[in-house]
Design a binder for this molecule. Sequence first.
Ligand SMILES: Cc1ncc(COP(=O)(O)O)c(C=O)c1O
Length: 451
Amino acid sequence: MTTIDREKLKKLQEREAKRFIAEHPRSATLYERAQSSLLGGVPMNWMKKWAGAFPVFVKSAKGAHFTCVDGREYVDLCLGDTGAMTGHSPDAVVEAVAKRAGEGITLMLPTEDALFVGEDLKRRFGLPYWQFTLTATDANRFSIRIAREITQRPKILVFHYCYHGTVDETFAGMKDGAVGPRRGNIGPPVNPAETTRVVEFNDLHALEEALRHHDVACILAEPAMTNVGIILPETGYWKAARELARRYGALLIADETHTICAGPGGCTAEWKLERDMLVFGKAIGSGIPGATYGCTEEVAQRISARIHLEDCDVGGIGGTLAGNALSLAAMRATLEHVLTAKNFEKMVALAVRFNEGVSAEIKKNGLPWNVQRLGCRAEYTFCQRPPRNGGESAAAADFELERFLHLYALNRGVLLTPFHNMALMCPETTEADIDQHTRIFAEAAEELAKV
Ligand SMILES: Cc1ncc(COP(=O)(O)O)c(C=O)c1O
């Protein structure tokens, strides 16, 4: 097996960093100017994490491609970390949003689009009732609140190295078996050990031990982990986990925000999973802010019984702009015209092509890496066998190597997510786009493996 020569990696990284700066003078100028008005020179702090010396400033994007202010064109395999899994600005959504924007954006009153969306979600995911928020973070927060309220239990359970948005309770990690704030957690309100139990994914024994305390209101989980590489559930895991949740009185909340990549009904429909609640954000409105959470008849009855009309606006679930007319118009057009079974078929085939290409290059160059896939999402990790839980995947992370591969791809016209090695397909992605990435990946792998 090839081991990475760190000195060589450093030199290659320096070469790529210089090339990036030389080829993006306009982005460099804008970044410099931004230092005097934007904290850290970026609109949001994680935008500093891109692999170059500064982020590429975007001029325009359409479908699977975008152009930067320096006039360079890119294949976008990041797709707004799933927010643009629909492709950038799909025509049907642009049209619906433009129309709605001219007819009232937010009113604190429902529009008919909400019914279309609710009925569509009901068919897709098999849950009868839906509510809307602006972000998946909020949809998770509100689902957790509902679970706490109806179970009258204080804690939630999440998997080690999960990510569910900026939800305080989920920013927990494990060190030597003890729960505490996750690395990098900024100003936690309390030690998350007070609010959260954390176990490794795919470990039913650990799950049962955690549930045995009878203080867990809900398990908040992605059906397959996607934020620490793609980690698939082992056969029978969810069936058994579901039974444990029932036995110990905890609700099961499926966060399908990323796993919607598995198909039009996410993993829930693909794998026929049973859930008490389900969350779906990001791509639901093609990037127009909006998200949703749904629940079973039983959860609906239990929560309705505890909400009094007079207090329903101050219960900690809400948001002035949540469920606004523009979000709902975007969701309707996205569900009706973009996240369709036909488009998924195309997207999944492209992800298969991506995996075959990358896998062949990994093998050819004797690299101890693997590539996983979930529907139209693919990801490679720096270990030989696909990790079975967050701890294993985090142990294989290699920040330097990751940054090198991202910058190498960016310099040659392909954008990967800044956080890990994820590639996502949208309905407009082409085989040529995938092959371009494969060629670049092959060049990088060869450069790294060459003695
Ligand atoms: C699985 C999952 N759920 C929820 C979220 C939160 O989404 P948002 O940041 O749009 O609130 C994310 C964000 O990456 C996510 O990966």
